[in-house]
Write a protein that binds this ligand. Structure first.
Ligand SMILES: C[S@@+](CC[C@H](N)C(=O)[O-])C[C@H]1O[C@@H](n2cnc3c(N)ncnc32)[C@H](O)[C@@H]1O
Length: 466
């Protein structure tokens, strides 16, 4: 079988990172965009020793798991890849992906994985979207086929899947509200009219870099962060006047500055143009102030379910000392604080720790202490001496997981219960394998915070062995 071969394939399942998997005479072939149960005619476009990749030429028989995607950019845009998959099938695939991560990355034969908890809203659920400006607009195949003439020197939207330099100009996005789409479209019109240059991703030139819209899930707050190469105060004044007239719903406008080459909306400085400079959202009974760059779960409604699972997993006692590691703006710490004696939260980003302390104050929660610093350097005997040995620990690291040295420190501290919350079950399983015999895994509970993507949050409960 050579590259370019035409094959008839039946898709067996979703595999790692949401890819669709088929087999041809035992050889594994990934088929982007296909759904388990599809029968397709496809061309082999990549051939490696142990696997290949094929592109669909014709859908011979559609899987019963398919459904109609809502978005007209579906397929071209990298925002969500599973809009064409029925929601229950998405949930089943997530449960399966957690089981497989536990087996393949952790070597655990039999972790009881519960069914993934579904999201109440499967569209318009994101409280944060980061759109990119680009001086090179990437056209979708529908746009090319339409033969319409487009301005190719300005785009504001999302990246094509897997391409850092290809931005699709979007006039709708169903991950956020219609209001968010109107702000995107009006910002584009304003920028083109005022001849503000979008960022040229390859030449590293231009003014406008990102448009971040943070729309609270449980309050009416809306923060807009326009990320530019430099802060030009009269320009921000003009934009502020425009927004205030057109969008009274925007409660605060900030200008993040990123003069570096990295394509990130995380600037080196933030200027508040109007409003308080932060977003206020609610999870459960708690109110949170969130700085423009502070981490906050992107699905506010589902975050509450996630934190409920984490609290249940902790099996908390009123006399417990709890450590909340990688605590962000203190969300989990404050959520569990009423159930324990004291919580110590640790977080790298100073700005988030300032938020966390302020959040404790506005929610009148006094039994929490927040420390800023790198986990790798912080968990010293002095730190333990100062705060005490934890009975329970909740860890919620970034996708890369926990540094092996920190895993070893956690194992040495031996809290009675360890709750591992993760947005990457693969690194989660890898880290848990390093705990060796110190802990037993009781169960895993995936929670869906990201419908139409293969991403999932997973909570694992571990108990120290005697
Ligand atoms: C997945 S977020 C979890 C935040 C919080 N638990 C929540 O639910 O909102 C991970 C957090 O870990 C922080 N972080 C990353 N590396 C760190 C490190 N080496 N030490 C301490 N915190 C770190 C990030 O800034 C981020 O706030």
């Amino acid at each position: 079988m050579k590259k370019g071969a035409q094959l008839e394939l039946t898709i067996e399942k979703f595999a790692d990172r949401g890819k669709s998997l088929a087999k041809h005479e035992g050889y594994v072939i990934f088929v982007p965009g296909a759904v388990p149960g599809d029968r397709v005619r496809a061309t082999l476009v990549r051939k490696r020793k142990s696997y290949g990749e094929a592109r669909i030429v014709e859908l011979l028989e559609a899987s019963p798991l398919r459904t109609e995607p809502r978005c007209s950019y579906f397929g071209a845009c990298g925002g969500c890849k599973w809009q064409h998959v029925q929601y229950q099938a998405q949930l089943d695939a997530k449960t399966q992906s957690v089981s497989e991560a536990m087996q393949h990355e952790g070597g655990f034969a039999s972790v009881p994985v519960r069914d993934t908890i579904a999201a109440a809203d499967i569209y318009e659920y994101r409280n944060k979207m980061e759109f990119s400006f680009s001086a090179e607009r990437w056209l979708t195949s529908e746009e090319i086929a339409s033969e319409e003439r487009f301005n190719l020197t300005f785009a504001l939207g999302l990246h094509a899947p897997g391409f850092f330099n290809k931005v699709i100009d979007l006039d709708e996005c169903h991950l956020q509200s219609g209001l968010s789409a109107r702000i995107v479209n009006a910002t584009r019109e304003f920028a083109v009219e005022h001849d503000w240059k979008p960022w040229h991703i390859r030449k590293h030139a231009g003014f406008l870099r990102h448009l971040v819209i943070r729309q609270a899930g449980n309050t009416s707050d809306l923060l807009v962060n326009v990320v530019t190469r430099s802060h030009v105060s009269n320009r921000m004044g003009e934009l502020a006047a425009f927004y205030q007239e057109r969008f009274p719903e925007i409660t605060t406008l900030v200008n993040g500055v990123n003069s570096g080459v990295a394509q990130t909306a995380f600037g080196e400085s933030i200027h508040t143009i109007y409003g308080p400079g932060y977003l206020t959202d609610r999870i459960g009974d708690l109110t949170f102030q969130i700085a423009p760059n502070a981490f906050f779960q992107t699905n506010s409604k589902q975050a509450e379910k996630l934190y409920e699972v984490a609290r249940e997993a902790g099996d908390l006692k009123p006399d417990d000392l709890l450590y909340d590691m990688y605590c962000g703006a203190g969300t989990i710490s404050l959520f569990v604080a009423p159930s324990v004696r004291h919580v110590v939260g640790v977080e790298l980003i100073e700005e988030s720790v300032v938020n966390a302390r302020e959040n404790a104050r506005i929610n009148q929660i006094e039994n929490v202490t927040f420390e800023s610093g790198d986990m790798l350097k912080l968990l010293t005997p002095d730190f333990i001496g100062k705060h005490g040995n934890p009975d329970v620990m909740i860890v919620d690291p970034p996708r890369a997981g926990i540094h092996p040295k920190v895993v070893a420190q956690i194992a040495a501290l031996r809290p009675r219960r360890l709750v591992y919350v993760s947005c990457n079950p693969r690194t989660q399983a890898r880290d848990m394998a390093l705990l060796g015999d110190a802990y037993q895994i009781d169960w895993a509970q995936p929670v869906d915070l990201f419908p139409h993507t293969h991403h999932v949050e997973n909570v694992v409960r571990l108990t120290a062995r005697d």
